[in-house]
Design a protein around this ligand. Structure first.
Ligand SMILES: *Cc1c(COP(=O)(O)O)cnc(C)c1O
Ligand SMILES: [Zn+2]
Length: 455
């Protein structure tokens, strides 16, 4: 029988494994991909479209499971609803349901693109408020296949919110490791509200991830960070929804903020598969936007460290160079620092898959500062859409790439707005300060005289 497998991402190793276990690493140390034996027919796109009229079927309503044939690692009959409901994990069809590309005219003006060429996809409109729900539904489906009852993650906030929401809905336990004091209050509040056990780590996200991985070994819980290849599977649907909107004609560019690099890894895998299946004839270029204060990928890929550029290199990137970079950062006590805490990550755990995505798509990496992200976040808001500071890196990055004329004026650009605003104090602070480009400070009236507000 043809079965889904896990396969080493290093082509010169290529070992395969059964999927009924939660190993995320090959014996050679590389990460794993989920591999499907069959090549799906492009005629499925018609079925995906029809499912947008869900007919009371939550697996059609779900923006993830609507595409279930393209991530059918549970090997179910995808038209059999009772089989779907026994196996697939969904927040009643809500994940990915509201996210699709929108034209945003004010953002288009801000980045200097024609209105019809710019699309932004607000993944913050997921039930827990970030794109993480896409991958969580598939990862928790896998945990359920393994009959594991405890989810574990390290998080800058959104992974823990998502994991906690799914765990409570599935009657599972959830242990979340967070860098103490470094996550947005709205995100931490969600972890508590959904009943997770919060474990505060003295250190940054990279330390929290290390602790959580050690803990998952001894506690036998199920890790839902993006090192888990089943997380990556669900996140492919972000790209499917974007492409569906464009009638499966790929854009010229897809823009992401870069943190642990799970998102660009899944985008890369989705594009590799679609191209190999003959569904698309063109590969969009991925642009990753790092925060200046957490710019590991930017520095390594652009030769800012040791003057040589890190690249995929046929599956054998210079891992020693990455370690030397981390060592150098440690010796100089250079910790990741940005107000965009969702991407305040010094050691992107998916760096190798990320390099593969950049190589395959002829991608590139740029960086923006916190002020630029604030403007980006604010112009999205003025367009009537909600996003958080890390997502503000996307309009800020597109603007920068247009200024350098790397993105051309007639290019079609899709930007992924990864999460919803969960730290309203940032918007308040921005608008209080008249020096900010888009600020609109409050007015005060005295002596209960409303006409003073006209001044
Ligand atoms: C997790 C997260 C990111 C970073 O995504 P990676 O896949 O880790 O690169 C960016 N923005 C938001 C809002 C996030 O929650
Ligand atoms: Zn291997």
């Amino acid at each position: 029988m043809n079965r889904a497998l896990k396969k080493c991402i290093n082509p010169s190793c290529g070992l395969t494994y059964e999927i009924i276990n939660n190993n995320y690493q090959c014996s050679c140390g590389s990460f794993l991909d989920v591999l499907y034996p069959e090549k799906p027919s492009k005629e499925l796109t018609e079925i995906f479209y029809q499912r947008r009229n869900p007919n009371r079927n939550i697996y059609n309503e779900s923006g993830v499971w609507r595409f279930r044939e393209l991530l059918n690692f549970p090997e179910i009959d995808t038209e059999n609803i009772s089989e779907c409901s026994n196996v697939l994990v969904s927040l009643d069809g809500a994940e990915g349901r509201l996210s699709k590309p929108y034209n945003m005219s004010k953002v288009a003006d801000f980045v200097d693109l024609p209105h019809e060429n710019l699309f932004l996809q607000p993944e913050g409109y997921n039930p827990s408020g970030s794109f993480k729900d896409n991958g969580m539904s598939s990862a928790v489906t896998h945990a359920k296949m393994l009959k594991i009852k405890t989810l574990i993650c390290a998080s800058t906030g959104n992974t823990s919110a998502s994991a906690a929401m799914y765990a409570s809905n599935e009657n599972m336990e959830c242990d979340v490791f967070i860098p103490k004091g470094e996550i947005a209050p709205g995100k931490l509040g969600q972890a508590f509200q959904f009943g997770a056990q919060v474990i505060q780590v003295e250190g940054n996200f990279d330390d929290a991830l290390q602790s959580s991985l050690e803990y998952s070994k001894i506690s036998k819980g199920y890790t839902v960070n993006s090192i888990n290849p089943f997380r990556i599977e669900g996140q492919k649907t972000i790209i499917y929804r974007a492409l569906e909107h464009l009638e499966w004609n790929p854009p010229d560019w897809i823009i992401y903020p870069g943190g642990a690099l799970g998102n660009i890894s899944s985008c890369g895998k989705a594009l590799i598969e679609l191209y190999e299946w003959g569904w698309i004839q063109k590969i969009p270029r991925i642009a990753v936007v790092n925060a200046e204060g957490a710019n590991t990928l930017y520095e390594l890929v652009n030769g800012k460290f040791e003057n040589t550029k890190l690249h995929w290199n046929g599956g054998n990137p210079d891992m020693d160079k990455i370690q030397r970079y981390y060592q150098y950062k440690k010796e100089k006590n250079l910790l990741p620092k940005t107000r965009a805490t969702a991407i305040q990550i010094g050691k992107p755990s998916n760096i190798v898959k990320g390099l593969r995505a950049l190589w395959y798509t002829n991608g590139l990496v740029i960086q923006v500062n916190d002020g630029e992200m604030m403007d980006g976040m604010s112009i999205v808001g003025l367009n009537g859409f909600d996003c958080e500071l890390a997502s503000g890196a996307v309009p800020a990055g597109i603007k920068k790439l247009r200024e350098k004329d790397i993105i051309k004026k007639d290019d079609i650009v899709v930007g992924i707005l990864t999460g919803r605003q969960k730290d309203p104090s940032l918007s308040m602070e921005y608008h209080m300060n008249t020096k900010n480009r888009f600020s609109k400070p409050p007015k005060n009236i005295y002596q209960n005289n409303p006409s003073l507000a006209l001044e």
